[in-house]
Design a binder for this molecule. Sequence first.
Ligand code: FMN
Length: 135
Amino acid sequence: MPKPKDLVELSYLSEAVSDMSFLGLMRLLESARAFNQKHGVTGILFYDNQQFAQIIEGERASVMKVWKRIQEDKRHHRVELLEIKEISEKSYPDWLLRFYGGESLVREYPALAEMVGGMDKQSLALMNKMREIQP
Ligand SMILES: Cc1cc2nc3c(=O)[nH]c(=O)nc-3n(C[C@H](O)[C@H](O)[C@H](O)COP(=O)(O)O)c2cc1C
């Protein structure tokens, strides 16, 4: 029998050092998605009110590689790990890094509204956690 994959899901919260511009976010996503694709990592990133929340999922070693890059990124600080847990399947298998900008971002950049769409329960829970934090 093939060895079962050691899949994990990692979630964290952080605060942007300064408010991210649309272009800044797009650059970040481009770099993140390229690395995620190379390592079979998928996930979702929220940004609103200078706060980030993210879930990444994939094989443990790959997720830890991405986590290291995230922690080393100087564009955010106060990076708070919420949890790393084993999962039997991915929640976002089709998203190298889905992006969800909150209402304030969508107000500023209406084009983003079309890129976001509906959210699942777990994502909403994380989003709400992020909203409880005020920069
Ligand atoms: C909020 C946030 C989320 C990030 N998410 C990812 C990610 O999912 N995958 C990844 O490889 N890097 C992620 N990064 C790291 C950056 O995408 C990037 O790898 C790092 O800044 C180095 O980029 P560069 O070498 O292209 O300048 C994240 C960084 C931040 C601030």
